[in-house]
Design a protein around this ligand. Structure first.
Ligand code: ZN
Ligand code: ZN
Length: 131
């Protein structure tokens, strides 16, 4: 057996995975940046990788995105949700035991935004409006 033929199945799997991850990390039609980034956090947080990917693919003209996110305290994708925006309470689940709201396992479907926008859809609200 040559080295090449030993590697062939591995390379094939890698190619499959790469294809799969491209599919999985594609913003859906009309999906807002926030719903997209939230969905992608399942794959981990590395800086503003997902926000940037969304911007590059869907809103290349939103050049102030970084500054806008930073001004909300979001220096990376997960901080968008820790510091910047949260799911409206209407869409969160109330746990009477802990007396806390929590996010449902699966978010409601994105309410949609117009193409080229980096605004969140109606599911999200900025933190300060909570109080
Ligand atoms: Zn993060
Ligand atoms: Zn959305």
């Amino acid at each position: 057996m040559t080295a090449e033929s030993e590697l062939a199945p591995v390379l094939h799997i890698e190619r499959e995975l790469r294809h799969l991850s491209v599919e999985l990390t594609q913003p859906k039609l009309g999906e807002c940046m926030h719903c997209y980034v939230y969905r992608m956090l399942e794959f981990g947080c590395t800086g503003l990788r997902w926000a940037e990917r969304y911007r590059n693919l869907k809103a290349p003209r939103a050049t102030a995105l970084h500054r806008r996110l930073m001004s909300k305290g979001a220096g990376c994708d997960c901080e968008i949700f820790m510091n910047g925006w949260s799911l409206r309470r209407t869409y969160q689940l109330w746990d009477p035991e802990t007396e806390e709201y929590s996010y449902p396992e699966e978010l409601p479907a994105c309410r949609g935004v117009r193409a080229g926008s980096v605004q969140p859809c109606g599911l999200w609200t900025t933190h300060y409006r909570w109080w």
